[in-house]
Design a protein around this ligand. Sequence first.
Ligand code: NDP
Length: 297
Amino acid sequence: MTEIIDGNAVAQRIRDDLGDAITTLEAEAVTPTLATVLMSDDPASETYVSMKQDDCAEVGIEAIDVEIDPDAPAQELYDEIDRLNADDNVDGILVQMPVPDHVDKQPVLRRIDPEKDVDGFHPENVGRLVAGDARYKPCTPHGIQKLLEAVDVDPEGEDAVIVGRSDIVGKPMANLLMQKAVGGNATVTVCHSRTDDLATKTRAADIVVAAAGVPEMIDGSMLSEGVVVIDVGINRVDAETEKGYELVGDVDFESAKQKAAAITPVPGGVGPMTRAMLLYNTVKAAGRHNDVSVSLP
Ligand code: NDP
């Protein structure tokens, strides 16, 4: 029997378990506060930000909504980040990516106070993650670690193949899985668009994390029996639905399911975990910022 890993259920447990930490903070008159910064009129980005704000409201995190005209000069975004860095009421800052083409992403990531960088993308936080001393683990790979833990998959000694080497998913995922730490100790191979003979690599894996952004590129023929498949991909493909499209992952779910011991669906797998771990990092940031010791799930 293949286990379908229910990301919604695991994410709900994380949100529930964050309740204790939030109660501890409230007892010290601290309301964890996340500032979301949106400099885009892309409907998908607007939806992501509003979902994150709804998540905050559900668990008792205050969300501050900052919107910047996408045609404004980059300086306007920098000034806003400076203001939020200096605002003592703000514990976490999230700048929704992508920013407009005329805004260089790297200076934006570097400008956020690393203590408030709940995405974990500031170079200081990336460095700490690599050094095995993470302050804020990036939300998607951290969520995947929690999913594996929830279904009793210990990466220790396993061959993990990650398809994708982006800064937000592939690279931090590789780092977390190879750390000499609980939830790590895997032997990790990172594949990308220049990888030769991808199928040979994925077939040799005990755990496959697919994060390429290519619809259903990994099918059952590329997997071995008993593999654990984590599908990060979220791809819109044309379909005869009301919206004219449907969401599919990077894995061909039906054929992969025939081989897998456990597999995440799309939607309802990794996506909800990414959102839950943003709340986790925000609560952690509030504890650090206000010098309150909180117990995190
Ligand atoms: P990027 O586009 O930044 O990176 C994609 C990576 O996949 C690159 O390293 C690229 O290689 C590699 N790649 C592309 N095509 C192939 C191929 N044919 N074979 C092997 N490797 C390939 O994407 P992200 O990491 O940001 O996101 C990946 C997917 O995950 C997307 O669908 C995105 O929407 C989704 N996503 C989902 C999240 C969630 O919460 N569920 C969160 C974040 C992302 P190269 O480096 O050589 O270009």
